[in-house]
Design a protein around this ligand. Structure first.
Ligand SMILES: C[S@@+](CC[C@H](N)C(=O)[O-])C[C@H]1O[C@@H](n2cnc3c(N)ncnc32)[C@H](O)[C@@H]1O
Length: 390
């Protein structure tokens, strides 16, 4: 990926950025302290400073934050914005935020990663009564009838055969896979209904991503699944949505398939539930969905999309005894040698002494890559190595 193109393209999403700008001006009050989580080129941090924030902590784990800093300096923001390269919630912030800004959402808005990040952001960095941009998101679903999407799940046709081989054992995995694909709004059998509400101005709750809804089908059709998206309330009466047909920019929406399809008549009732399993720490895990029409019921569970043997599943149990593979042993060695005294050259030298098959230059690249991925340092050398450099 050309990262700078990605980040510049984000800023070029005019509709999304304008809506955030208006919301930030409505929510941020003069003198506020603001935390911009995942600031990238600093866009929302600049808006928060314009709105009168006394200090903005613009944090991003990606080195793009150095470019944000240069832009900040050029445009006279240096006195009010602190650009911090680091991984939240690990970095220290010298104060508590009155406003948090966050928009790095997956298509379902709140997966395990976002849940944990937002929970930690509230615990560590926010005043009580913190405001947020966006302040909330409504999770929506609607029944979908689309032969095109259904055909994506059944590329071999109903018989599941191709090249004289029956592929049917793979079908269940496919039909339990939430798909991040464009859904034609004409495929919706009824307008979206709310199946959850996620608030960002308070710590996230698992229950907020689970709910049910009922629709009346607008026509005779086969129901092939659910469309699943979120409508954001940014604050200041600004709204953005990743519904089928909307074009806010970066977030996709999901198609939650069912199989076989459910036949419905115009006016007949369709009921559905969408939710997520709980992980050990209370964060949302696998997406689950259920669709009913008349006496018929279909279910989907993202866990069933993951090919795993019993051994794969038990491997992660608390009783299992883990063992490092060769790569793990090497990473362990590199990390153990990272003592604040040895240089990358020194560490690589010790790796070469142990693994005669590597040259010094290869070992240096390898060490840089391990450090980059495990502790986020050595970026320049690792980036050069990934591009086939020195
Ligand atoms: C989609 S970009 C959003 C950029 C910007 N807010 C915008 O809307 O244009 C998300 C950014 O969040 C950063 N990010 C994600 N998780 C993070 C974390 N836990 N700590 C720091 N940065 C994070 C990524 O590196 C990425 O640059």
């Amino acid at each position: 990926m050309n990262e700078m193109k990605y980040y510049r393209d984000l800023v070029a999403q005019r509709e999304r950025i304008e809506a955030f700008r208006r919301a930030i001006h409505a929510v941020v009050k003069p003198g506020d302290k603001v935390l911009d989580v995942g600031s990238a080129l600093g866009t929302f941090a600049f808006f928060a400073a314009d709105a009168g924030a006394s200090v903005v902590w613009a944090v991003d784990v990606d080195p793009v934050i150095h470019v944000a800093k240069a832009i900040g300096r050029l445009n006279g923001y240096e006195d009010r914005i602190e650009f911090i390269r680091g991984w939240l919630p690990d970095v220290e912030i010298p104060g508590k935020a009155d406003v948090i800004i966050f928009e790095d959402f997956p298509p379902q808005m709140l997966g395990g990663r976002e849940f944990r990040l937002l929970r930690a952001v509230h615990e560590r960095y926010a005043v009580s009564g913190v405001r947020a941009v966006p302040q909330a998101g409504v999770l929506c679903a609607a029944p979908v009838s689309s032969e095109t999407l259904h055909a994506q799940l059944a590329p071999f046709g109903a018989a599941e055969t191709a090249f004289d081989i029956d592929w049917s054992p793979s079908r269940e995995y496919a039909v339990n896979t939430p798909l991040n694909v464009g859904i034609d709004p004409a495929a919706l059998l009824a307008p979206g209904e709310r199946v959850g509400t996620v608030r960002l101005d308070r710590p996230p709750q698992l229950e907020s991503v689970s709910g049910s809804a009922t629709w009346s089908s607008e026509r005779d059709a086969d129901v092939h699944g659910l469309a699943y998206w979120f409508d954001l309330d940014l604050g200041g009466e600004q709204r953005l949505s990743n519904a089928p047909g909307a074009e806010p920019g970066s977030w996709g929406h999901l198609f939650l398939p069912i199989d076989p399809p459910l036949e419905v008549r115009a006016g007949s009732e369709i009921r559905a539930k969408v939710g997520a399993t709980a992980r050990g720490d209370g964060a949302p895990g696998w997406l689950t969905w259920e669709v009913e029409a008349g006496e018929e019921r279909r279910t989907g569970h993202a866990f069933r999309s993951a090919p795993a043997s019993l051994a794969d599943v038990t491997e992660g149990s608390p009783d299992s005894v883990p063992l490092l593979d060769r790569r793990g042993e090497l990473e362990l060695k590199v990390l153990a040698l990272t003592d604040g005294i040895r240089s990358i050259r020194d560490i690589a030298g010790e790796v070469v002494a142990e693994r005669g098959s590597l040259t010094q230059a290869e070992a240096e690249r390898l060490v840089a890559r391990v450090l980059r991925h495990k502790i986020g340092v050595g970026y320049g050398l690792a980036a050069a190595a990934e591009r086939g450099g020195p």
